[in-house]
Design a binder for this molecule. Sequence first.
Ligand code: NAP
Length: 510
Amino acid sequence: MTPPSSPATSLDAASTLVAARLDGLREAGLVREDLYVDGRWRQASNDQRLEVHDPATGILVGAVATASAEDTREAIAAASRALAGWRALPAGVRAEVLWRWQQLLTSSSEELAALLTIEQGKPIGEAVGELTYSAAFLRYFAEEARRAYGEVIPYNRPGRRLFALRQPVGVVAAITPWNFPALMIARKVAPAIAAGCTVVLKPPSEAPLSALALAELASRAGMPPGVLNVVHGDPVVVGAVLTESPDVRMLTFTGSTEVGKLLMAQCAPTVKRVALELGGNAPFVVFDDADLEAAVTGAIESKFRNAGQTCVCSNRVLVHAKVHDEFVERLTQGVGELVVGHGIDPRVQVGPLIDGRALAKVQRHLLDATSLGAEVRRGGRPHELGGTFFEPTVVVGAQAGMAIAREETFGPVAPVFRFETEEEALALANATESGLAAYFYTRDLGRALRFGEALEFGVVGVNTGSISYEGAPFGGMKQSGLGREGSHHGLEEFLEVKYLCVDGVTATAR
Ligand code: NAP
């Protein structure tokens, strides 16, 4: 086994750079640590603080206020007060606010990318990409706000006119995860406020600073008080208030399937609308007619982005027996060239895992796989950088019964499975309760359509490992979720249809 590439820059040198970037961010007013409620930055009522650490070094980078139940109720009250005015505005006026927010985000993206890397660990190039993509969602939904069309229905009786109006759902609670601290917010908040809803956002405890920086920019963009509120804190406390409140009409959640199910149950007593973006277990299938070079590039791109911590990361690499050995050799070579280190260094391609629990899960999956006969071809151990860094890893001989096949590993480990037929590949690919993303490589057009239609996944990439686009619907089947984000479908999640039946319209004028 050859060890993976060594780090680009020492963690000490990176820490000096991090301190300088944080100073710059503070000067620019982009490091906010209080709650954002009703257009004001304010302390939490309980004086408790939640520490935010750089996952690469463990260094403290901030301490945010933690919302109490009472603070959360105040945020809901602010969103409720703002709702009538916000939904009554012409769509174009709401769009203007989104446009200005997008422009401010774009002009600060370099600073915000550093903040994102510092609190979340992803390489700075990926952080810039996340912010560019976040801005694209703000722009897209600014445009889409003007297209929330209703319908005129042919009437069933003379003297009647029938309409289907599309109206905002109301106050929306949004709960987001740490792996895309900016993008997951843009993808939810932009369509919600474009539709005329108001929002109470609970960002993740691991990475709340990007959310607060986005709220600061929203405020500078002229977002009226109460339209967007941010309350971070104990998820159980904040989550309970958000889900119990009858004033909150919808929950949009991205995170683990386990927490998604819990929140869905908590929303049942008030019959809230729910949109859930949950965990994945993506297959990446390589057929024997695939362009192997492209497949290896796609596999590395989709597996090792964000150190394997994305919901659409390939979790299982299924390779046809005829090309298995050659694919594995090329994959192992490519993975060995990945540069591991602190994400603030622009040469780095793989950063740390978010925390010790994530590292332990990766180790548990590898131990289980190797004890059941899998073989590590590259990496396989905690990285010499220490902390939560893990070596980019390739494992062969993976089998369906292993934990690595059944669960989302959420780390830089590519387990390779072997298959003989298209039917076998399909059965293996679909053998999961998750149904978010899937990828496959083939040059056979018939198979591309046949296999693409048969996969039980909401998002399918054919001959690509990168499927992100704000204009396309994104979401999961089976236990990966409910609803779609992005595209006009993403706006519809936040709109309700009202049937308006107007009688007597042809009566004689008085
Ligand atoms: P998580 O533990 O489910 O947390 C997600 C959010 O839920 C965080 O804000 C968390 O708050 C909050 N939360 C946790 N327990 C809660 C509770 N009892 N009540 C209310 N809120 C609660 O997930 P994660 O580890 O942050 O994110 C990784 C998961 O997200 C993976 O499974 C990944 O596949 C999935 N994901 C899915 C998509 C998609 O689009 N389908 C996209 C990205 C990620 P705290 O941070 O304060 O604990």
